[in-house]
Design a protein. Structure first.
Length: 329
């Protein structure tokens, strides 16, 4: 065994810098996924740090080896002076609220009038209390990350978004990407209850601004101009929407694809065959919500068939086919 490990070390030392850099990037990415998406790291944090350190040293020595998706590029050097405005190709809408079973029945009633022959099936997921983000990937590489803004125009905060470790900088080559070279992933940036407490304690100590809740903290953190400060805020990202040129039949499939592309998705999300299932789902989540590591303020319930969802249309700035089913405050 000693000989084996000696010869492995030797071959690592002799590996061409380019090969070794690629190997390190792959390893770091694998462990990043385990740690920040699955919450179960197979090696120690210090072992992961030492891999990052080795890659940094190698790239310092051979800057030509740096790739835009290298883990070392998560926190880029300089602070910005302002954020650029960017237009969303597909507007980022908002949701109408429902507070009771009656409200949900009334919503279904409205849908049935518009879609009398529709076969309804719903998709329920938790409603994260954070900040909506749009991530654009071209040929698998993260090229732009933006806030929702007013729904039509948001702010380009790409360097800040790259600091979020649960967001992949490059998507694994999946068959899905060959037919969809440009995809947009939407989801929510959140800060856990634990991090909110820790950051608040720290901010109090240093006499800095205190944020009232995790949503304000997530929003305030991502609007800082220096990515180095953003990186310290432990921001997480849950993906809930996939925008592509090709039609995807069900919203539940979007969740499956996003999970398969190694995004963090809502582990509770479920298909609900009818409103009875929706009410059961609501009860199940509201019973355990206090134990969640992060703040949620209700469910998002949507028609699962995307064609029906589109046909239901939009009222004001909200799609008729989705609704926010709020918990009692
Ligand atoms: S779906 C039509 N799914 O809720 C736009 N939104 O009140 C809804 N949100 O701006 C997108 N969790 O920031 C969706 N699982 C979830 C969500 C979610 C939180 C937020 C999102 C949106 C707001 C609408």
């Amino acid at each position: 065994r000693v000989l084996c490990s000696f010869s492995r070390r030797l071959s690592q030392m002799n590996a061409k810098p380019k090969t070794r850099a690629q190997k390190l990037r792959d390893l770091i990415n694998k462990y990043r996924y385990q740690y920040h998406v699955l919450n179960k790291l197979e090696i120690s944090e210090s072992a992961l740090d030492s891999l990052k350190h080795e890659l940094k040293k190698l790239e310092d020595k051979h800057p030509e080896l740096i790739t835009p998706d290298s883990p070392t590029q998560r926190v880029e050097g300089k602070a910005l002076s302002r954020f650029r405005k960017v237009e969303h190709k597909v507007p980022m809408l908002s949701l109408e609220d429902a507070f009771s079973e009656e409200d949900i029945h009334a919503w279904e009633g409205r849908l049935k009038k518009i879609l009398p022959r529709g076969m309804f099936e719903y998709f329920g997921e938790v409603k994260f209390d954070g900040l909506a983000l749009s991530l654009v990937y071209e040929r698998g590489v993260l090229v732009r990350g933006a806030t929702r803004g007013n729904g039509q125009v948001g702010e380009d905060i790409t360097p800040n978004i790259k600091t979020i470790e649960s967001i992949p900088l490059r998507l694994e080559a999946a068959a899905f990407l060959t037919t969809n070279p440009r995809i947009e992933v939407r989801g929510e940036a959140i800060i856990s209850k634990k991090s909110l407490l820790a950051i608040t304690r720290e901010q109090k100590k240093t006499g800095q601004k205190i944020y009232a809740n995790s949503r304000n903290l997530a929003a305030g953190s991502l609007r800082q101009l220096d990515p180095k400060l953003v990186a310290k805020r432990n921001i997480e990202f849950f993906a809930y929407d996939l925008v592509t040129d090709k039609d995807i039949v069900r919203h539940s499939e979007e969740h499956e694809i996003l999970h398969g592309l190694f995004f963090k998705t809502d582990p509770y999300a479920a298909v609900c065959k009818n409103l009875e299932d929706v009410f059961k789902f609501y009860k199940k989540v509201s019973d355990v919500r206090e134990r969640f590591a992060y703040e949620i303020d209700g469910l998002v319930v949507a028609l699962n068939k995307n064609d029906l969802h589109a046909r239901a249309g939009v009222v004001g700035k909200a799609p008729r086919g989705s609704i926010a089913y709020k918990f009692a405050p």
